[in-house]
Design a protein around this ligand. Structure first.
Ligand SMILES: *Cc1c(COP(=O)(O)O)cnc(C)c1O
Length: 468
């Protein structure tokens, strides 16, 4: 199967090329034109890896299944070597899909761990600079995935003070020489824009070429990541074995897009419910059909990985529902007028699959308290606003609580957290939850002073690092 540009179906790419060069012309994305359908009844009783291979095989991409098998082996380093996710039944109609059992304790590992193996294979003898912009969890997961890999360098750009301290420490304390993280003055949208600009910058690419480096990106727009984010939603729906709603804390819309693709591929999913924080551009979009960036500024919330206004993967949904020409027009409008609006007909089509709502920080704190026995992180807790206990529902848990200790502590002890390590231990003790060694060890290292850089200096900083 080939992938198609979301803004021109005649521009195609095979899977391997799209993984190395994730942007199509005009900054469009690559997406499948039709999704293969599987009979979910035939997928029961498979192990997670066997299941994953069935889904991958159905796409009939240009890459050997043996390579995917090798990539999926990375899941053996998750908490349970036989299954990377932990599907929990909370009560008769409520399940939680815990996706944070990998090395960096966020769902980003689900895609980035196998993605690293695929990219390493595909690059052959070439050297690659892989860049990513992160709102907090993609960065650590990308760095981890490429740690010490030969002929690969990784630069990860993150908003200074825009992530949790734990997330920043995860990036700062990566030891490997081939990895670099850079804090910028600005928010996540600025970081993502800076990345897009560099990916299009011919001068930058030429300088890299002289140093014998190709350029690629590990952001959630890379279809190589989306592929692995289809599997866990589908797998959970088969295990639950009845029609379910899935609620997903969303930012860049990669996780939710995976659920939408899973549904199209035959997973027994009723509604996909999009949870936002007070950066509620997505819930506004799904309720009104308006994507409106005018007069909006990014708010800092206690769910920083969702502090996003420009949600890149919506473009793939538009393409799937309304085809390439309409997508191109809408994306053009967003670029020029910071606004677009769907027709009522189009909105109705979206509402067949989606619902959406948002949670303020105060509401989110209350949900953390309401579900304290399960110690759920602030991102996951944005889901509860839309929970309807009359229908079987799967809540997607995207990160482990320990990455957001100060907010958890504030919600549950009603006190400011002074010493993050001690607060983490206090929470773990009171709620009988373990802290992963990769997290607690971050607080045993020396505190480093980070000086954020100006976005205009970014290019030179990266070039200097590549040259040294
Ligand atoms: C990245 C992230 C999200 C948002 O996922 P998208 O795929 O960007 O919508 C939600 N929660 C956590 C903890 C994350 O790291």
């Amino acid at each position: 199967m080939l992938l198609h540009s979301t803004q021109n179906i005649n521009e195609t790419s095979n899977f391997s090329d799209a993984l190395l060069n994730p942007s199509a012309e005009n900054n469009a994305l690559y997406a499948p034109l039709n999704l293969p359908r599987l009979d979910f009844k035939q997928l029961r009783n498979l192990s997670y890896t066997e299941f994953a291979l069935k889904i991958i095989e159905a796409f009939d991409f240009d890459l050997d299944l043996e390579i995917f098998k090798k990539a999926l082996k990375t899941y053996e380093n998750f908490d349970d070597a036989s299954c990377p996710i932990n599907l929990k039944k909370i009560n008769e109609n409520l399940y939680i899909n815990e996706l944070y059992h990998g090395p960096t304790r966020a769902f980003k590992d689900m895609a980035l761990q196998p993605f690293g193996v695929l990219l390493e294979y595909l690059k052959k003898d070439n050297s690659y600079l892989i860049m990513c912009a992160t709102s907090g969890d993609t960065g650590p997961a990308t760095l981890k995935s490429f740690e010490n890999k030969k002929n690969i360098k990784v630069v990860c750009i993150y908003p200074d003070n825009g992530t949790s301290k734990t997330q920043a420490l995860q990036m700062i304390h990566t030891k490997a020489d081939n990895l670099k993280s850079i804090a910028i003055k600005g928010n996540f949208d600025d970081a993502q824009n800076a990345l897009k600009t560099l990916l299009q910058d011919d001068d930058f690419k030429n300088i890299l070429k002289q140093e014998k480096f190709n350029l690629s990106a590990a952001n959630s727009v890379n279809f190589g990541r989306i592929l692995f984010q289809i599997i866990y939603h589908y797998y959970a729906s088969v295990k639950i074995n009845q029609k379910i709603d899935i609620i997903i804390p969303s930012g860049n819309f990669g996780d939710a897009l995976g659920a939408y693709y899973a549904k199209k591929m035959g997973a027994n999913i009723a509604k996909i419910k999009i949870a936002s924080n007070s950066n509620n551009i997505l819930s506004e979009f799904f309720n009104t059909g308006k994507y409106d960036l005018r007069n909006k500024t990014l708010q800092k919330t206690i769910s920083p990985a969702m502090d996003i206004l420009i949600s890149s993967n919506i473009e793939r949904l538009l393409f799937d529902k309304f085809k390439d020409e309409r997508t191109k027009n809408l994306m053009q409008m967003l670029k020029n007028q910071k606004f677009y609006e769907l027709t009522q007909e189009e909105l109705k089509l979206l509402k067949e699959d989606f619902e959406a709502d948002f949670c303020t920080d105060e509401e989110c704190m209350q949900y953390i308290r309401d579900y304290q026995d399960h110690l759920l992180d602030p991102h996951t807790c944005t889901c509860f606003k839309m929970l309807n206990l009359n229908t079987p529902t799967l809540i997607t848990s995207t990160a482990q609580w320990s990455k957001f200790t100060p907010s958890m502590y504030k919600a549950l002890f009603d006190k400011e957290c002074i010493n993050e390590k001690e607060a983490m231990k206090e929470l773990a003790k009171k709620f009988h939850q373990p802290i992963h060694k990769n997290i607690i060890s971050l607080f045993e290292k020396e505190d480093l002073k980070i000086i954020p850089c100006k976005i205009n200096d970014l290019k030179q900083i990266i070039i200097d690092w590549i040259k040294q």
